[in-house]
Design a protein. Structure first.
Length: 384
């Protein structure tokens, strides 16, 4: 297969040919109608403008074409690119994709490979702040760690929430690794030293206010890649901010994606619909990418019901976690995870999600998960 790359970045050519033995890549800084003997084209948004797409399709009516826009500052421009590209059958790549992610996805599409990321990387997103993503992820990690002997890591990648307050956290933070991530020299030993262990492993998120929007896509990709060298299962608390690198990289890297919401109108009718239509959908995402978790559910006629929530978000509900009222407040005050605080319908629903992840990720179950206690694992045990 012959791929024409319209870009100044020679790294793309090297990566494409490294990924697939049967692919020959040609790098050019401009297009002409003489380059007909090719099968596919990759257009770098730094070289190609949106107004060029229609003309390029006319020059190459039968080739598969991919276009990666530069960082977009306007949701109106995002929508326009999406519509124009769809009209001329050009695939728009996510603007936050790193070079390697972009090459992997294009190669997978061209050679009809499975483009789904490993299902052992599971990301959780929220419809709005306060939906309960952090609480759900940490309690799920507790449940999962009791049902498998494999190493479970929580990465808190919500730049606005370090997630260090629901239990006694004694590890380092995402911002403590910023230099290592920026230089792409994070090692498994450095990451192992930074995390906290409490039946599951946890790297708390950013607590440097100035860095909230300063993380780069390649930095978060690097963190996840290093974490995969040590841990068997990675749960990501990705938050709600789809305009930041940590959240978008969580979306791009994960095989399973959950959306956490509750019955607050500002979530399912306010913030998230704008996020979905302006950021997720134009980048090729769909509602089918997510499994819906309804958190703190209260039955009754005064609040939206489960079926109507599914309809509002156009998603399939996978779990309804009940509102435990004062138990949640008591657990938070005592800095205990709610899963440990009481045997309740809450714990049963969290266990259901654990079983789903175990099944989807083909994760080995512990021989004796009930009532089992685990001793703290030292640094060297991470490499066994």
């Amino acid at each position: 297969m012959k791929l024409l790359i319209v870009s100044k970045n020679s790294t793309y050519k090297q990566l494409f040919e490294k990924r697939e033995e049967g692919l020959t890549a040609f790098l050019t800084s401009s297009l002409s109608n003489t380059e007909k003997n090719i099968d596919a084209i990759f257009l770098d948004g730094e070289m190609i403008q949106i107004d060029d797409l229609n003309h390029i399709r006319e020059l190459y009516p039968n080739q598969t074409i991919f276009f990666k826009p530069v960082a977009l500052k306007s949701d109106i421009l995002t929508k326009r690119i999406s519509k124009v590209a769809a009209a001329v059958k050009i695939h728009v790549m996510n603007e936050y994709s790193t070079e390697e992610q972009l090459v992997d996805e294009i190669t997978a599409r061209l050679f009809e490979k499975d483009i789904t990321s490993t299902k052992r990387i599971i990301s959780f997103f929220g419809t709005h702040s306060g939906a309960g993503v952090t609480t759900t992820v940490l309690n799920l990690a507790r449940s999962l760690s009791q049902k498998t002997d494999e190493k479970v890591l929580v990465l808190s990648l919500n730049s606005w929430d370090p997630a260090d307050y629901l239990y006694h956290y004694e590890g380092q933070y995402l911002n403590d690794l910023k230099v290592d991530l920026n230089l792409k020299n994070l090692t498994v030993q450095r990451l192992s030293e930074a995390i906290h262990y409490n039946s599951f492993y946890h790297l708390a998120g950013n607590r440097d206010i100035k860095l909230q929007r300063m993380y780069q896509p390649y930095e978060i990709e690097h963190l996840i890649q290093v974490a995969q060298q040590i841990f068997d299962v990675i749960l990501i608390d990705a938050g709600t901010h789809f305009d930041t690198a940590p959240t978008v990289q969580s979306y791009l890297s994960s095989g399973l994606k959950f959306l956490v919401t509750n019955q607050e109108v500002k979530g399912y009718r306010g913030y998230f619909p704008y996020v979905f239509h302006q950021l997720i959908e134009p980048a090729g995402g769909s509602a089918d990418d997510f499994l819906l978790i309804i958190n703190k559910y209260q039955p009754g006629n005064t609040l939206i019901n489960e079926k109507d929530l599914e309809d509002e978000l156009n998603m399939v509900k996978i779990s309804t976690i009940p509102d435990v009222k004062e138990l949640g407040t008591m657990a938070a005050y005592q800095r205990k995870l709610l899963y440990d605080f009481t045997e309740s319908a809450y714990s049963k629903e969290i266990d259901f999600l654990s079983k789903l992840i175990i099944s989807e990720g083909n994760i080995s179950e512990s021989i004796n998960p009930i009532g089992k206690t685990k001793e703290k694992r030292g640094l060297f045990s991470l490499f066994n």
